[in-house]
Design a protein around this ligand. Structure first.
Ligand code: SME
Length: 160
């Protein structure tokens, strides 16, 4: 595993992701512990993309439960179909929210959060966890974030 991330010294988001995604793959290679891997992935994403909050919620029984994250403290449990995370779980798809105030039922863990993207990872066709990324800037996520973070989810699925 790499001991230090190589972060592209460019403001170009696509280039930062292009440098990061292969490093995430090598970061998790050979490490079987899911919590260790999710912890490093959350840190790598925050370090590279400067996200306000980035972390995982894991499906445990009938709820999403907070997992490894980077950023301010957050809600610990989210019900099926609730908030952006619970909706991603229920609808089994990525949800991109340009303005959290405009998303019915959005769960405000922090009043500083303005836009958000949530992506599911699947095990045997069911959602096993979601990645939640929050920004303190409106409309901060786009197709590049969705495409690149979905690559990260596919890497995570190899660990599940
Ligand atoms: N806003 C999320 C809750 C999790 S926090 O943002 C970390 C939601 O609506 O599901």
């Amino acid at each position: 595993m790499a001991e230090e991330l190589i972060i592209a010294s460019t403001a170009d988001k696509a280039e930062r992701y292009a440098t990061l995604v292969p490093q995430i793959e090598s970061l998790v290679t050979g490490e079987p512990d899911l919590v260790a891997n999710l912890s490093n992935i959350a840190a790598a994403l925050r370090q590279t993309l400067n996200f306000f909050w980035v972390g995982f919620y894991l499906v445990k029984n009938d709820q999403l439960v907070l997992g490894p994250f980077q950023g301010p403290i957050a809600c610990t449990r989210i019900n099926f179909g609730k908030g952006v995370c619970g909706t991603s779980w229920k609808e089994k798809k990525t949800i991109l929210v340009p303005d959290v105030e405009a998303f019915p039922g959005h769960i405000a863990c922090s009043s500083a959060s303005k836009s958000e993207i949530v992506l599911p990872a699947f095990k045997n066709g069911e959602v096993a966890l979601v990645l939640d990324v929050d920004s303190d800037v409106l409309n901060d996520f786009d197709d590049t974030d969705q495409r690149e973070l979905e690559k990260v989810m596919r890497i995570i699925e190899t660990l599940l």
